[in-house]
Ligand binder design. Structure first.
Ligand code: FES
Length: 253
């Protein structure tokens, strides 16, 4: 076993898998700052891509950089491109990928090193949609209660783990860096639809523009890729409808 920077010259023997990992070294200038490394690792049933990368890091290449925390599809840290598809490394079984696995960083975000992308802009967009409750009624003596029926609309959007997989597959995010993106717009709808919130009009104004809900191509790639079943496109469509009805109501007033 070993590391190679040549293109796919390692081959998988029985019970092994070749991992080809895209590398980026920010301290290296010129064409050598992006390269590929290959590692042959022993595979066993149940091995995930994240566990394989940890094996590489522990036994073959301590310099390989990637992000993870929970190992259980909760923290959202380990999204990357695996054999051409965006997915969570901790939830992807190596056995489902064949004996050659290509791993790349998440698209549409700046790469800091190897598989680690810069999430600062992603989180800034999340924050820009006012992701906190703004009730308009006086504070109650105890917590604000919501019935299961009233919660049903907002509930799917609360499952986001901020992995940015949706950002990685969004065609608008690829061509328009200022677009808020599916995760932020899903978060926006989560609070707009929250029955305890009272800032609806202000919330609609925040995203009533081309970098907001009107920028979406409505191709549903974000909803299809989300590991938690959050449907950003559906929320964007509902927000557009709410903006339309709010304008109509103002015109009729
Ligand atoms: S390590 Fe937390 S989601 Fe994969």
């Amino acid at each position: 076993m070993g590391t190679s920077n040549r293109a796919m010259d390692a081959s998988a023997g029985p019970g092994t898998v070749v991992f080809r990992v895209r590398r980026f070294d920010p301290d290296s200038d010129g064409p050598s700052d992006i390269r590929w490394s290959e590692y042959v690792i022993p595979a066993h049933p149940g091995l995930t891509v994240l566990e394989a990368l940890l094996l590489v890091q522990e036994e073959q290449d301590g310099g390989l950089a990637f992000r993870y925390s929970c190992r259980g599809a909760v923290c959202g840290s380990c999204a990357m491109v695996i054999n051409g598809e965006v997915g969570l490394a901790c939830r992807t079984q190596v056995s489902s990928l064949g004996n050659k696995v290509m791993v790349e960083p998440l698209p549409n975000l700046p790469v800091l090193r190897d598989l680690v992308v810069d999430m600062d802009v992603f989180f800034a967009k999340e924050e820009s949609v006012m992701p906190w409750l703004r009730p308009s009624d006086p504070d109650p003596e105890c917590e604000r209660l919501v019935s299961p029926e009233d919660w049903r609309e907002a509930e799917p959007y609360t499952n986001c783990i901020l992995c940015a997989s949706c950002q990685g597959v969004c065609p608008v995010a690829e061509r328009a860096p200022d677009y808020l993106g599916p995760a932020a717009l899903a978060k926006h709808y989560r609070f707009y639809a929250d029955p305890r919130d009272g800032a609806g009009e202000e919330r609609l104004r925040l995203v009533d523009n081309e970098n907001g809900v009107h920028g979406c191509d409505m191709v549903w790639s974000c909803a299809k890729i989300c590991p938690k079943g959050v449907p950003p496109t559906k929320g964007i469509g509902k927000t557009r409808a709410a903006i339309y009805h709010a304008k109509k109501a103002r015109e009729g007033a």
